[in-house]
Ligand binder design. Structure first.
Ligand code: NI
Length: 261
């Protein structure tokens, strides 16, 4: 399928190509994405094993970069965060961030207090190794904001699902806001309001592939070239061109993740 016919450069700030959804045909998917203008993708680890896989993918494919960290749904029961498990990956030239880390009260797989401890410990670790962070916040807006205000990390709140008021607080902290396929959904009223007011220099485009395909592919396996449809919708909301949106996101990604050459 040919999308992005002008071949504008697409950089996906958040994906999971180590997911088993891509096991059978990853090289074909990578080739198709490159043909459709994808120049970079940050694979976000969800646990220590996934971190190793994301590094392996970055070694194997030129467009892949990695973020390493433990996702709130993937915490290790009865254990604290162990920085030694991530240290081997930190100096890799394509490790751009600590992620994805944060809080998830929707699935509630682990008690809030345990999630908060892992989140704070990983924020401290990111500060120590001087890397930005990629934050997951699902139905945990208040606690996420409270922790971010205290730690003041450099980073992005991915797949933003909060209110306009929360977006403004995040911007005050100097952080970026990740916008994905959800903005194309019919029921995305709150997110549309956020995008309307979001300064272009704070917006990062993302997929969260294999999840959250934008319309008209909602429900299908997602891949990074589909960002084109998200960019089109953002452009429509802001009354600018798709090219402007893709360019702004690319510039912001390079500013935030400054190890990208
Ligand atoms: Ni994710």
């Amino acid at each position: 399928m040919q999308i992005n016919k002008d071949n504008l450069p697409i950089f996906d700030s958040h994906a999971h190509f180590d997911d088993k959804a891509f096991e059978g045909d990853l090289s074909a998917v990578v080739n198709e994405m490159k043909a459709n203008g994808v120049v970079g993708v940050i694979n976000n680890a969800v646990n220590y094993t996934s971190a190793k896989k994301c590094i392996d993918l970055a070694n194997r494919y030129d467009i892949f970069y990695s973020a390493v960290g433990v996702h709130p749904e993937d915490l290790y029961d009865g254990e604290d965060f162990n920085p030694q498990k991530l240290i081997p990956f930190i100096d890799h030239p394509k490790t751009l961030a600590i992620g994805e880390i944060g809080l998830d009260y929707h699935w509630d797989t682990h008690p809030a207090e345990v999630q908060k401890k892992w989140f704070k410990d990983q924020l401290d670790f990111a500060a120590q190794v001087n890397l930005p962070v990629i934050i997951h916040d699902r139905e945990a807006h208040n606690d996420t904001l409270e922790i971010l205000k205290k730690h003041k990390p450099n980073g992005v709140l991915h797949c933003f699902s909060g209110s306009n008021e929360m977006a403004k607080e995040i911007l005050k902290l100097g952080m970026y806001i990740g916008i994905g396929g959800v903005v194309t959904f019919k029921n995305a009223k709150k997110l549309v309001e956020v995008v309307k007011e979001l300064p272009l220099d704070r917006l990062l485009l993302e997929t969260d592939a294999p999840y959250l395909s934008p319309e008209p592919f909602r429900g299908k396996r997602c891949q990074s070239d589909l960002i084109y449809f998200t960019a089109e919708r953002v452009a429509e909301i802001k009354g600018i061109t798709t090219k402007q949106v893709l360019e702004a996101s690319l510039n912001n990604i390079k500013t935030l993740f400054n190890k990208i050459k």
